[in-house]
Design a protein around this ligand. Structure first.
Ligand SMILES: C[S@@+](CC[C@H](N)C(=O)[O-])C[C@H]1O[C@@H](n2cnc3c(N)ncnc32)[C@H](O)[C@@H]1O
Length: 205
């Protein structure tokens, strides 16, 4: 009796963990053009300081839909796009048309790049899926050059914003993201504007 109770508890825990993760079978939903109005590409470009010759990283890039647009905006920059989900990476690799985007599979909390090799990074609607953030944030700091910027964008945790995107109880508050980034050692951590239905936090390494 006691054992079956524990098994049920464990299964529920497992389920609630996996549910938070975006279902890769629904990946085409990420390619909705309305998202480019909500998450304007030029805002990402200016916040992370994209320029020709610089190298950037998108963590949890999904189908690469947003980062392809970002990369197309600054053709002289390089954008590495990584994800833990092989289906997503396969889709990114199959998408053509933008030459300066480099998709790659990553293992959880391990970024396949050298120390200080990135000028800037972003992660869009990924933070709320993470069970623990400490190791990944430290890893992002390792690959970012000193002074390089990280931009986190995620769904607003507000009732009226709940129509699209993950359920309210999966979402995170801006202040939670700010605190996690500060704990990980990022500097100048602050909320920023310019996104619809989403909040954004910018930080410097
Ligand atoms: C909702 S999708 C967003 C995809 C993309 N950033 C976009 O906005 O179009 C979340 C993505 O984060 C990825 N992901 C979840 N946990 C991750 C982790 N720990 N490290 C890297 N990617 C992760 C998922 O596989 C999924 O592709």
């Amino acid at each position: 009796m006691l054992l079956s109770g524990f098994v049920n508890l464990f299964n529920n825990f497992k389920q609630s963990k996996t549910e938070k993760k975006f279902n890769p079978a629904k990946r085409k939903k990420l390619n909705n053009p309305i998202r480019l109005q909500w998450i304007p590409v030029d805002r990402i470009v200016s916040l992370v300081g994209m320029r020709d010759g610089r190298v950037f990283l998108d963590i949890g890039a999904g189908t690469g839909y947003i980062s392809r647009e970002v990369a197309a905006n600054v053709p002289g920059a390089t954008v590495h796009t990584v994800d833990v989900e092989p289906l997503m990476v396969a889709e990114m690799k199959n998408s053509t048309g933008v030459g300066n985007i480099l998709p790659q599979l990553m293992e959880h909390d391990i970024l396949p790049f050298g120390d200080a090799s990135m000028d800037g990074a972003w992660s869009i609607t990924v933070f709320h899926e993470l069970d623990k953030t400490t190791s990944l944030l430290r890893e992002i700091r390792r690959v970012l050059r000193p002074g390089g910027r990280l931009l986190i964008v995620d769904w607003e945790k507000e009732e009226e914003a709940c129509e699209q995107g993950p359920p309210l109880h999966h979402r995170v508050l801006t202040i939670e993201v700010i605190e996690k980034l500060q704990e990980a050692g990022f500097n100048e951590v602050k909320a920023t504007t310019g996104f619809t239905h989403h909040f954004a936090v910018l930080a410097r390494n």
